[in-house]
Design a protein around this ligand. Sequence first.
Ligand code: BEZ
Length: 250
Amino acid sequence: MNIKWDAKGYTDNFSFVHQYGNALLDLIDVQPGMTCLDLGCGNGALTAELSKAGLSVIGLDASPELLKIARAQHPDLQFVQGDAADFSLKEPVDVIFSNAVFHWIDAGRQENLLSCIYRALRPGGQLIFEFGGKGNNALIHRELKKAFERRGLTYRFPFYFPSIGEYTMLMEHAGLQPTYALLFDRLTPLNGDDGLYDWIQMFVKTPFAGVTEQVKEEIIREAVEALFSKLFLDGKWHADYVRIRCKASC
Ligand code: BEZ
C-alpha cells in the first residue's frame, strides 16, 4: 500500500505508536556487536532506541517524508529507502525488528515480506515484531463501513490483521521458527478533543479514494458520533487496538 504520510502530523500527534514499541525492545536478546534492521522505521524514533540498546542499526522505510524526518532527527544513524516486501541487504543481520508496519502490507504480499526477512537474517538471527492483529480497530471499521453503506458506497477494508494461527503458519512456511506469539487488546488513549476524528483522518486513507472531501468528513463525523459511548472514556477518545506480538528465529 503506497501511503503519502503527513510526517509532521504523525510525529507531533501520534508518537504513541513508537512509544508503545518500547516494550517490544525487551524481547530482543542483545549481545555486543549485533547488527539490526528496523523494518518500516518511520520517523526513526525506535531506530534510535535500538541504537541506544547497543545494536548497530539501519532503518528502512518506503516513505520519503518519514525518512526526511528520521535523517534530520538522527543524523548519526543510517536510513535507507525501500519496500519491506521487496528488499535485500548486502550482509545478513542478527536482528530484524518491526513495529506497527506489517498491517500496511496486503495479505498477498506477506509471503514476500517474510521471504525477504528470512534472506536478510543470518542463521540463528532474531525476528521481533508487533502489528495489528485479528479484530484490530473492529469498532471503528464497523462504523465506517456502516456510514459508507448508508450512502450506497463500498468500504474496502484497507489492512491486514491476521490471527496468531494464520501468521505463525506463514512464518513457518517462510523458514522462520516462532518462539513467542501473543494477541492482546490494547485500548489506546488518543490525543486531543477530536482524537478519534484525527486518528481516522491520519490512518484510514485508501477507502476514501474517489470520495469528495465533504462526504469523507460527513462519514468520519457520523462514525465518531456512533462510537462516543464505546470509545470516549474517562474524558478521552480511545482506539480499540488489538496487537499481535511475535518473536521467531531463523
Ligand atoms: C496499528 O498500529 O495497529 C494501526 C495503526 C493505524 C492504522 C491501522 C493499524
